[in-house]
Design a protein around this ligand. Structure first.
Ligand code: WTA
Length: 697
């Protein structure tokens, strides 16, 4: 298909041609044991039963006081769920399981070094450890309900223990992914108004010891510059009594947790009964504008939603061994390593390291050793393991009944390897589409009820009513083959409450675009804008195409192009910077940087190095660009706007469209030659998110 359009054309209406895949059906064996096998569920969660249908999820929890109103829409889009209800998340995830499951594994921790033993934390042990940590937070740190704490930690059991201890007291935790830089953690801590930060001294990653405590000092400096004084830093030691960090502890500020805990042996702390609407945690994520925003999640609705979706879509039973190979520092880890599985008395595996360390057989050895039967990962990990060891899974005697993919679109070829080789054609797959903002799954098949379709997330989750709009707000119908912006017409219990400290941004970012009447208190007037492109097939299956804003999805992680650009602009030699996505075989997308230099700057190599290290310091290694191109000028419109879309087209060998209306059209060919070489122009049809890139600028 040839694309005829100008650089300004709106892409949401361009046809999407893709082959419809055949359905794949789940096995009778899976269906025979599944949690959700009753087809009447669809009727129970139909629109006419909304919002009361979500009682079914909330009733999976233990409430201190039952709620009186399921959904309060009086102040849209600030929805309230299970109003009047009281509960505690920690006691729902830990205390209430003690009678029946006290001696069952809550977590199984797998250290990255294979010589270190795997160990299990039972619900009883978890209860003890969480209580002791809660006592430290309350008595030693003076923290109480409503205070915020920033946790910058890797994948070790002390991370979920600390989160649960916060939840026990109603302290709002903000976990920052361990791979983010100290500076990024410090800015997030400051935005949340944390007084305490929690670290680990170090951890193992890719065979190396990472000195993590060193980023605490940088974080505190960044927080202080942003106006927030962090009073205490608690440091968990990966090996008790041994220090993996070379950084000295700062007296009166830094404390080793194992030493503080000596004063709190067997301490017990009552779980604080929280309002359903009290915030549970913040999770910072990148959006279209400015700094990352703190998505604020509520107590009752969130836990109900993750419990319900873990039960019905992840098919977690207490006797299963469930392994989600994500990092707890992302929303997937919060919802589907910690809170969802634990609410159901599940056994959740925590793996410290990278999937292919020391080799691409590692995940399958872990699965074999622990009898993992539910496995959850991302397309990037699937592609990486497939490339590094396509035959590895066959060597190990494990059997998955269920597998999940999340975070990016998965191409049918990768899906098939996952199904045939990893799942040995025995495991059902759910492709779950959702976002940090959403708390839990929005589109996915019901594993025992709906057939799978490779490359499609599937029908909406129970009680979720999506719609695809074009730019003018007209519905794009099913089976039209046209892409548009996927929106959710209704509120659901897992949706975030607001952006921490910035309610305007919450309304603007997610609701302004398609709001039908800003005075209305009817939820039907307030569709949620997800910022993803999607197509809806005639059978009601949604295929997610990727972001329509300037967020780049790198290996399933969100990166704001504006954040990377501002990092580049702090390098004094840089005059202008533009960041665009480029297709990467393994990681899906990666950022590429285009810069122009200030007059007289000659040493391009040094500036390039400077740019890369600045990006890593300000954001983290995940933002490391695939390439930095120093060009004489960036393509601009006559009004001076940088045409990022043209650069994205060049980086991906796509058609940049009509560039004759630009202020400097000749620069396009010059940059093309620089990036692609002097050869002839070869243009290919690009994926939708790249064609859409910059459309909203
Ligand atoms: C993308 C991760 C296709 C999407 C849970 C979304 C997906 C962003 C899928 C959110 C999927 C997530 N198929 N794309 N199954 N799941 N995405 O906030 O672009 O880290 O907007 O949440 O990932 O990323 P986030």
């Amino acid at each position: 298909m040839s694309i005829e359009r100008s650089a300004e054309t709106n892409e949401a209406q361009i046809a999407v041609h893709w082959k419809e895949e055949e359905y794949v059906r789940s096995s009778a064996k899976f269906i025979g044991q599944a949690n959700l096998v009753d087809p009447a569920i669809t009727e129970r969660f139909s629109e006419k039963n909304f919002p009361e249908c979500f009682r079914e999820y909330a009733d999976m929890l233990s409430w201190d006081r039952y709620w009186h109103t399921t959904l309060d829409t009086s102040n849209p889009p600030f929805w309230k769920w299970f109003v009047g209800g009281k509960l505690n998340v920690c006691s729902n995830c830990v205390d209430r399981h003690l009678a029946q499951y006290g001696n069952k594994a809550a977590f199984i921790f797998v250290p990255e070094p294979e010589y270190e033993p795997v160990y299990t934390i039972t619900y009883q042990e978890l209860f003890t450890r969480v209580n002791e940590v809660a006592a430290v937070l309350r008595t030693f740190c003076g923290l109480e309900k409503g205070d915020r704490v920033t946790i910058h930690m890797p994948m070790i059991p002390e991370l979920p223990i600390t989160m649960l201890a916060c939840a026990r007291l109603g302290i709002i935790h903000s976990v920052v992914f361990g791979g983010f830089s100290g500076e990024a953690a410090g800015l997030r801590a400051s935005d949340s108004g944390s007084r305490v930060m929690i670290y680990s001294d170090g951890y193992y990653r890719n065979g190396k010891i990472i000195d993590h405590k060193s980023s605490a000092d940088i974080a505190l400096e960044a927080a202080a510059k942003a106006g927030t004084k962090i009073e205490k830093v608690l440091v968990w030691r990966r090996h008790q009594g041994q220090d993996l960090s070379k950084k000295p502890m700062v007296q009166g500020r830094d404390y080793f947790m194992d030493e503080v805990l000596l004063n709190f042996k067997r301490a017990k702390v009552d779980a604080v009964s929280m309002d359903a609407e009290d915030p549970l945690f913040l999770m910072y994520t990148s959006g279209t504008t400015g700094q990352p925003k703190g998505c604020q999640h509520r107590t009752g609705g969130y836990l109900a939603y993750v419990a319900g979706t873990s039960k019905y879509y992840q098919d977690i039973h207490p006797e299963d061994v469930y392994w989600c190979m994500a990092d707890i520092g992302w929303i997937t880890g919060h919802s589907y390593i910690v809170y969802g599985p634990l609410a159901l008395a599940g056994t959740s595996v925590l793996y410290e390291g990278v999937p292919n360390y020391p080799d691409a057989g590692r995940p399958w050895r872990i699965a074999e050793q622990l009898d993992v039967n539910i496995f959850h990962t991302s397309p990037t990990a699937i592609r990486m393991l497939r490339k590094a060891g396509p035959e590895e899974p066959k060597k190990y005697h494990y059997h998955f009944k269920h597998m999940t993919t999340v975070g990016e679109p998965i191409e049918p070829a990768a899906w098939r390897w996952y199904y045939d080789v990893v799942g040995k054609r025995e495991a059902v797959i759910v492709d779950t589409w959702w976002q940090t903002e959403n708390g839990g799954f929005l589109c996915t098949t019901k594993p025992a009820l709906d057939p799978m379709k490779p490359g499609s997330a599937g029908p909406p989750a129970l009680g979720i009513f999506p719609i695809i709009y074009d730019e003018e707000g007209k519905e794009v119908p099913a089976g039209s083959g046209r892409a548009g912006n996927i929106c959710i017409r209704n509120p659901w219990p897992g949706i975030m409450q607001t952006v921490w400290g910035d309610s305007d941004r919450f309304v603007k970012q997610y609701y302004q675009k398609y709001c039908k009447n800003s005075k209305s208190t009817d939820w039907r007037d307030w569709p949620y804008f997800a910022a993803d492109g999607a197509v809806l097939a005639a059978d009601g299956y949604y295929r997610i195409l990727g972001r329509v804003d300037d967020v780049i999805n790198v290996a399933g992680h969100r990166l704001g192009t504006k954040e990377v650009e501002s990092a580049c602009l702090t390098v004094p030699e840089v005059a202008e910077a533009a960041v665009v996505p480029v297709i990467d075989e393994i990681r899906g997308r990666m950022p590429v940087v285009y810069i122009s230099l200030k007059p007289g700057v000659e040493d391009v190599e040094r500036v390039t190095e400077q740019i890369i290290s600045t990006i890593e310091t300000m954001i983290g290694k995940i933002a490391r660009p695939k390439a930095v191109h120093t060009v004489p000028d960036l393509p601009k419109t006559r009004s001076g706007k940088i045409m990022r879309r043209v650069l994205a087209a060049i980086s991906n060998a796509m058609d940049p469209g009509d560039v004759t209306t630009l202020a400097n059209p000749d620069i396009v060919e010059l940059i093309r030659r620089q990036v692609q070489g002097a050869g002839p122009v070869v243009l290919k049809e690009g994926p939708e998110d790249l064609k859409q890139f910059g459309a909203n600028e």
